[in-house]
Design a protein around this ligand. Structure first.
Ligand SMILES: [Zn+2]
Ligand SMILES: [Zn+2]
Length: 231
């Protein structure tokens, strides 16, 4: 699995059908999300393809507790010694190895079909992991020169979007939206109306690039695209 360059310092690593992202700096590597259980093999390969070593990953920022975002956290921190950062509400889930709280399906037959065929068939537990740092809403995490955690409840209660001001501004959106066949909300929400409200607020940030966990990044003018889509 190779790493695909998104901006000067940001790389996308695709693992199964989820994207994890790597901020590559001379002094350290920062990973955003973990992929499914077993994803460390893909991350290892991708990191080595960049001429770096997995031990260079100093920090893992996790957007939320779902299996495809936090399921490989235990194996990644074991392999790399990295510290993990999450919102406290979802950290609780990850420490217990629990993926899902009760959720509602977003409107549209395609979402119901995706839930029936994929999400409801997925394991609901994974290897519990240590979360070293609980991140508060708006906190600037002191990694990669400073990454702001934007609390975006809705998809899950403890969902965070991460804003990195480098490379013209890069927003890591986790599952507040997806961009697989067009830019649309995620198929499931713990609280749909709150999730849509979180999505609308993101247009207030200044970022050129939007990195989705599912689907292609938007490179160039991404804040405008989101604003037009949801405001
Ligand atoms: Zn999710
Ligand atoms: Zn996801």
């Amino acid at each position: 699995m190779s790493a695909q360059q998104v901006t000067e310092h940001v790389y996308l690593i695709q693992s199964e059908d989820v994207n994890v992202y790597l901020i590559v700096q001379p002094e350290s590597l920062t990973l955003v999300d973990t992929g499914f259980p077993g994803a460390m093999a893909d991350i290892d390969e991708a990191v080595r393809s960049l001429g770096r070593s997995p031990g260079d990953i100093g920090d893992v920022l996790v957007t939320h507790c779902h299996l495809d975002h936090a399921g490989a956290l235990a194996e990644i921190t074991r392999a790399t010694g990295a510290s993990a950062w999450m919102h406290g509400c979802d950290a609780e889930m990850v420490r217990a190895g629990e993926s899902f709280r009760p959720y509602e399906v977003a409107p549209g037959p395609e979402n119901q079909a995706f839930v029936d065929e994929v999400i409801s068939q997925a394991p609901t537990t994974f290897e519990p992991a240590v979360v070293d740092h609980e991140v508060a809403a708006g906190e600037v995490i002191p990694v990669a020169g400073g990454i702001q955690a934007i609390w975006t409840p809705g998809h899950t209660l403890g969902h965070l979007v991460f804003f990195w001001p480098g490379d013209g501004g890069v927003l890591f959106l986790g599952d507040v939206a997806k961009n697989v066949h067009g830019l649309v909300p995620s198929p499931i929400y713990e609280d749909l109306s709150r999730g849509l409200e979180s999505l609308r607020e993101l247009g207030n940030y200044h970022f050129e690039t939007a990195c989705f966990a599912h689907g292609a990044p938007i490179i160039g003018g991404a804040a405008e695209v989101l604003k037009k889509r949801w405001q």
